[in-house]
Each structure stands twice: as C-alpha cells, then as structure tokens.
Design a protein around this ligand. Structure first.
Ligand code: DQA
Length: 150
C-alpha cells in the first residue's frame, strides 16, 4: 500500500528549540524532533513533510499547497500563532483532511492568553503537554484514523 502523506507544520520560534526555555520546551532541537517524527511515521506507513516558518504567510501557503498535493493530514504546532491567527484558522478550515493540533507544553497550565486556540475547535483532536512526544502521539493518532478509513 502506498504511503499516506502527512504535513507537519511548525510555527514561530520553534526553530530555536534545544536552547529555547528548555525547562518548558525540553532539550531536543527541531531537527531531533523531525528525525523522531520520520521514525514514527515509517512505523505507521506514513510519509511526512516537515516544515517550520516564523512567517504566517509561509504557513498559510504550505496549507494551501497541502489542499492540492494529496496530503491526507496536517499536524500543526502553530506556536504563538495558535493564539492569534484567524488567517491560519481559515486556511486550516479549507483543508479537507485530518487536522491535529499539537503543543510541546501544556498550554492550559500556562498563562491565560495561551488557553485560547483558534485551531482547537476545527481540529480532529489536540495533543499538548507531552514535550516532543506530543508529535509522536499525533502521528499515531493520524495513523489510527487513516487505518480506520481503509
Ligand atoms: C507552543 C505553545 C505556545 O503557547 C507558544 O507560543 C509556543 C510553543 C508549544 O509547543 O508548547 O511557541 O506551541
């Protein structure tokens, strides 16, 4: 069976992981997380496309592209844009596939402004608070949903 394509989007400041507030976000770099995601994806017969941008327009363009190229699911850590961006929400809403929101930290245990997400109510599910493992859990969730659709 051909591998199903999944896009993993990382928003602003996540390129600084490893040295960015490690007490909150852990010690893994984004490259470490990407390698971990590729490993887990292979176990789920999924191929992943992993991107990071600090710019809202690049994230929106990637979502638009995913609408055209056969991508089955988007896993998104929109970082701070989670709490601010109606534009990313609108783009995600146009995407017809599976949508999973992830965060490294438990945003609900943090400042009140992080408790609201523009993406949560249009997502299949939200995974937060498990550090880099949130990504692994999200890949497993996508794998389960895709399998149940077979
Ligand atoms: C984050 C949580 C956001 O509130 C924050 O702005 C981030 C990272 C997380 O993965 O825990 O940049 O999305």
């Amino acid at each position: 069976m051909a591998k199903q394509a999944v896009l993993i989007i990382n928003g602003p400041n996540l390129d600084q992981l490893g040295t960015r507030e490690p007490e909150i976000y852990g010690h893994m770099s984004l490259a470490d997380i990407e390698a971990m995601c590729h490993e887990r994806a292979a176990e789920n017969n999924i191929s992943i496309n992993f991107m990071q941008s600090n710019a809202e327009d690049a994230i929106i363009a990637a979502i638009h592209n995913a609408r055209q190229d056969g991508t089955k699911a988007i896993i998104i850590n929109a970082a701070a844009f989670t709490h601010t961006s109606v534009a990313i929400r609108d783009a995600m809403q146009m995407f017809d596939g599976i949508r999973i929101e992830v965060h490294l930290s438990n945003v609900f245990a943090r400042e009140a402004f992080r408790h609201h997400s523009y993406l949560a109510d249009i997502a299949n599910g939200v995974i937060c608070g498990f550090g880099a493992n949130s990504y692994r859990l999200a890949i497993d969730a996508v794998g389960n949903i895709l399998q149940s659709k077979d």
